[in-house]
Structure formats: C-alpha cells, structure tokens
Design a protein around this ligand. Structure first.
Ligand SMILES: N[C@@H](CCC(=O)N[C@@H](CS)C(=O)NCC(=O)O)C(=O)O
Length: 212
C-alpha cells in the first residue's frame, strides 16, 4: 500500500489515522503542496490524480482518491478494528457526522480556496483569517450540539469511528489558526481522548517524514 500525501493535509491525515487504527502498514510518498508552486500541480502527479489534490492511495492495482472513499474501501477490505457501526441508522449517523466536517468545513478552508481569496480576490490576511474563523465557528457549533446527543468517549458512542477520524484534523487546523475552542467542551473532550491513542499520535502531522 502506498499513500501520496502531505503532512499538514487534513484529508491525508484522515487516511493515515484510518490505516494506523486498522494496523495496516504502508509506504508514504510526500507531495509538497507549497514547494515549487505545489507539487500537486506537477505533470507526474496530475497523471496520478487529475484533481491535483492529496491524498491518492494505491493498494496493488487499485488506485483511489477522496479520503472518505479510501477509508470506506479499507473498511470493506480490511474489516479489523471497524470504523463504522454495523446497524444502518448508526452507520448513517456516523457518516453524517463525518460529512459535516469533511464536506461542509474542510473544502472552504482548503489551500486552493484560501489562495484564491488572497490572490484572485485580493483579500487581506485579516479577511482570510475571518473567513476561516467564520466557517470553523459555524461548523463546530453545530458539531458540538450533535455530540451532546451522540458522544460517549468518542464522537459516536464509545468506539472510534470515521467521525473521529474527520474531527482530529479539523481541530488541528483550528488550533493552527489560533482559534478559541473553549465554546466546544464536548468536542474538545472527545479530541483529548483521541489524542491518547497511539494510532492517532502516529498519524499527527509533526510525526510524518515530510514534516517541517
Ligand atoms: N475531499 C477530498 C479533499 C482533498 C483535499 O482538499 N486535499 C487538499 C489537502 S487537505 C489538497 O490537496 N489541497 C491542494 C490545493 O488546494 O492545491 C478528500 O477528502 O480527499
């Protein structure tokens, strides 16, 4: 197995966490998203992934993009340490929590969106920071409310799921942007419990070979 990713990419971070939780070993191939104008735009990488985004994942002759699709593939092929509950309603709720972060929050704070704001749209650094804070606040406020209904030790009950895998990188990003997260006590308590897990620690950006 081979993962093309970037240490600080939240979507790569999700796949690393899932692989570690399932105890799967893999080769890591860094794609620097900033150096040389972004290696995701290189001809070689575009052949692998025309969307010019990380991650890309290879398992034998299977090549995949989209972190959630990759994790669902892992879940089906390597069912040990399941990341989704088995009952349909529980599974759908976990997926919905994951999508709340991966489809509603991460895309509007992605590198190319922020680059477009400060480049083409000429926004100041202050406006860029306000943009990020706005979307994190909206998303985390709703997520916190859902967790008061669903959370146990983790986002959904007492097992680590896809929802937790999506939460971890969003908290990492929010902390990187120095946002005040004290209004989300349930979310932060879950996050703290997740950080106690080895598999989660090993997936942290600063523990990757390409970390700077
Ligand atoms: N929905 C995609 C998101 C992929 C994505 O946005 N990747 C970011 C890093 S987290 C990226 O490659 N950004 C490069 C860019 O914006 O140029 C997934 O889950 O895999």
């Amino acid at each position: 197995m081979k993962l093309y990713g970037y240490w600080r990419s939240s979507a790569s971070y999700r796949v690393r966490t899932a692989l570690n939780l399932k105890g799967l070993s893999y080769e890591y191939e860094p794609v620097h998203l900033v150096k040389d104008g972004g290696q995701q735009h290189s001809e070689a990488y575009r052949k692998l992934n025309p969307a010019r985004l990380v991650p890309t994942f290879i398992d034998g002759d299977v090549k995949l993009n989209q972190s959630l699709a990759i994790i669902e593939y892992l879940e089906e092929c390597y069912p040990q340490n399941p990341l989704l509950p088995s009952a349909p309603a529980d599974k759908a709720r976990v997926r919905a929590l994951a999508y709340d972060l991966a489809c509603e929050l991460q895309p509007v704070t992605n590198l190319r969106v922020l680059q477009y704001l400060t480049g083409e749209l000429n926004c100041s650094d202050k406006q860029r920071s306000e943009w990020i804070a706005n979307w994190v606040e909206k998303s985390f406020t709703a997520f916190e409310q859902r967790l008061t209904e669903y959370a146990g030790d983790y986002c959904y009950g007492n097992s680590v799921t896809l929802a937790d895998i999506c939460l971890i990188p969003q908290v990492y990003n929010a902390q990187r942007f120095n946002l005040d997260l004290s209004s989300y006590p349930t979310l932060m308590a879950v996050h703290e419990r997740l950080q106690a897990l080895d598999a989660v620690q090993q997936a942290r950006p600063e523990n990757q070979a390409d970390a700077q």
